[in-house]
Design a protein around this ligand. Structure first.
Ligand code: SF4
Ligand code: SF4
Length: 258
């Protein structure tokens, strides 16, 4: 999000890393970025010529939502190979609603839902590494099976998967990945990812929601969504650029707290 320290010559970060590469302790020098395009451009203009790879969050949901498309184009301009983090967005793209699953099945009957996330990445130029968190043996087997073949999406399939992403975004949930970056910045010590998870439950469930009220009943009185003072410290560090205080306010309103 902020590259100023890397650009400040007083810390000697660049000199140190390039010296380590020269003496063989670093084989390939690259970087990872959660920042926006401007932040990445700033970094690349300073050090891009020495970068051998870049790791970004890239998946079909974030292609438009986080402008991952623009980041891919920028890295392609610099001819920097792309490493992917969050290919299934913390599991969010591993299982979709019945409606979206049916659309994907119609287009590729034999492809499982999580595989679409990887086929999407196989369609993006210059993606060379995909880092996928897996929590059980079956997921590992499925991912290996997917990567046995390279089956990139054709134009129509690409349109389909991006339209699914558009519809998902439009469902008004907030795209919190639970990274916890924001938590230490909150002066009220709110468990922001937990509250946003409940908020998403509430939004998706609509009037039949019982999970959010149940979840909130386990939260201390001074840690409820209405305790947010709107200082925006959290939003400034959120890699997903979520407008956290606004979401918490909507949540509190929804729960009849304000
Ligand atoms: S805006 Fe609210 S949730 Fe965010 S840091 Fe401030 S008090 Fe905490
Ligand atoms: S609100 Fe943002 S920073 Fe906080 S846990 Fe969610 S994604 Fe991470």
């Amino acid at each position: 999000m902020n590259v100023d320290a890397y650009l400040d010559p007083q810390y000697g970060i660049y000199e140190y890393l390039t010296a380590q590469k020269k003496n063989g302790r670093i084989r390939h020098l690259g970087f990872s970025a959660h920042g926006d395009i401007d932040c990445m451009k700033k970094f690349l203009n300073a050090y891009g010529k020495d970068m051998e790879f870049c790791q970004i969050e890239l998946n079909y949901f974030d292609y438009k939502f986080q402008n991952a498309k623009g980041k891919v184009e920028l890295l392609n301009e610099w001819n920097i190979p792309i490493w992917v983090m969050e290919p299934v967005r913390g599991g969010q793209l591993a299982s979709l609603s019945d409606e979206f699953t049916a659309k994907l099945k119609e287009a590729r009957p034999d492809e499982k839902v999580p595989a679409w996330a990887f086929r999407f990445l196989q369609s993006i130029p210059n993606v060379v590494v995909t880092l996928s968190g897996m929590s059980d043996m079956q997921q590992l087997k499925d991912n290996i099976a997917t990567y046995e073949e390279k089956k990139p999406l054709n134009e129509k399939e690409m349109e389909l998967i991006l339209s699914v992403a558009d519809d998902m975004i439009a469902k008004t949930t907030v795209p919190c990945t639970g990274c916890h970056y924001c938590v230490s910045h909150c002066p009220k010590k709110l468990d922001i990812p937990f509250l946003l998870k409940l908020y998403n439950e509430a939004v998706v469930a609509g009037s039949g929601d019982f999970i959010a009220p149940m979840g909130l009943s386990s939260v201390e009185a001074d840690k409820q969504p209405e305790c947010c003072i709107g200082c925006h410290s959290c939003a400034k560090v959120c890699p997903q650029t979520i407008q956290i205080p606004e979401a918490l306010h909507r949540f509190a309103e929804r729960m009849g707290r304000v």
